[in-house]
Design a binder for this molecule. Structure first.
Ligand code: UDP
Length: 243
């Protein structure tokens, strides 16, 4: 086995192998106890990037990072390499669960990322659907000074902080500032704000059921095809050929 797959295997071994329901129970407890947690939604994109970016590699291996299998490609890779795994845990579903728990447990929130239009829509939706969640603040993801937003987040110390800036900017930013926090669940959620706000639709049930969400996203946004090829196809090829 070559170095590439050996490194990938190290990350894949760290991925949560239980069910989504079990992960929800863990998260629920983390929120009750005020544990500090950094969730990384692992997909082929971040794994492929890790090969050329030591910072990503360090972050994935850090004991503070809780890795979840965000996508069928990661689940298939674990199975191919005989790494125990139960099922895919989609980042967007974790984001929705966190909003629900913020509502159930009266927890505080900070939202950072997406366009101004999307974040405003999301804020309105939270007020209606999750009225007990305490939204401490929010910012769109196109501000010049992203570090400054983290200064604000650090001063507010939310129970939950979701960052939607795309991979790996969102994870790197969280990781850089993590030591400033004693509590809080931090997660990079990619395009989840677009979906939860209602600005974009998630794949219909048929696609979800047959693990074809990736296909739906490419059909909706054909420019994703290159990204899909550069990451998912190369990743699965590497795993299959152990290269
Ligand atoms: N985004 C942002 N600031 C930027 C670049 C991207 O807020 O400088 C947002 C973008 O609007 C989108 C999210 O980051 O809401 C990334 O979404 P994408 O669909 O690329 O992520 P995926 O779910 O595919 O990882």
């Amino acid at each position: 086995m070559y170095v590439g797959v050996i490194a990938l295997k190290q990350y894949l071994k760290k991925i949560y192998g239980g069910s989504q329901e079990e992960y929800y129970s863990v998260l629920k407890k983390d929120l009750i106890c005020g544990t500090r947690k950094f969730i990384i939604t692992v997909n082929p994109e971040i794994l492929i990037m890790s090969e050329k970016d030591n910072q990503i590699s360090t972050m994935l291996l850090d004991q503070n990072a809780s890795l979840i299998p965000d996508g069928i490609a990661v689940v298939k890779a674990c199975k191919t390499l005989n790494i125990p795994i139960t099922e895919k845990i989609a980042g967007v579903e974790i984001a929705e669960f966190l909003l629900k728990e913020a509502d159930n447990q009266n927890k505080s929130l900070y939202l950072f990322g997406a366009s101004n239009e999307v974040i405003e829509l999301l804020v309105k939706k939270i007020a209606v659907c999750y009225p007990n969640a305490k939204l401490l603040g929010y910012s769109n993801g196109y501000v010049q000074d992203k570090e400054k937003v983290f200064d604000e987040i650090a001063s507010l110390s939310p129970d939950i902080c979701m960052v939607a800036l795309g991979v790996p900017t969102q994870e790197k930013l969280i990781y850089k500032h993590l030591d400033r926090f004693e509590k809080g669940v931090f997660i990079g959620v990619g395009g989840s704000f677009d979906v939860i706000s209602g600005a974009k639709s998630r794949a219909p049930q048929f696609f979800l059921k047959h693990n074809l969400e990736w296909l739906y996203r490419i059909m909706k946004e054909p420019k994703r095809l290159k990204r899909f090829y550069d990451n998912n196809i190369k990743f699965l090829f590497k795993i299959k050929n152990k290269d």
